[in-house]
Design a protein. Structure first.
Length: 83
């Protein structure tokens, strides 16, 4: 289980799991419940590179969003787990 502390969004943390470069579970702590549940249902089962490509740069309040923070969390995960 991985954890990422978000910055600049209503959600405060993203908890997720990745297996074989595929997102297998995802939960946002706080944030807009409907939106974060929707993001989670859409993203689970996708390759993390595809999620990063689709969600990076989406803006809500300020210069980021929950989808953008997920992309950042997964990019950081990739960096830490590079083989």
């Amino acid at each position: 289980m991985e954890s990422y502390r978000t910055n600049g969004t209503c959600s405060r943390q993203i908890i997720f799991e990745v297996e074989n470069d595929v997102l297998t579970s995802l939960k946002f702590v706080n944030g807009c419940s409907g939106n974060t549940q929707g993001i989670s249902r859409l993203a689970v089962g996708m390759k993390i590179d595809d999620i990063i490509a689709k969600l990076s740069g989406i803006q809500c309040r300020g210069n980021t969003s929950c989808p953008d923070q997920l992309a950042k969390a997964l990019a950081e995960y990739k960096k830490q787990h590079a083989q």
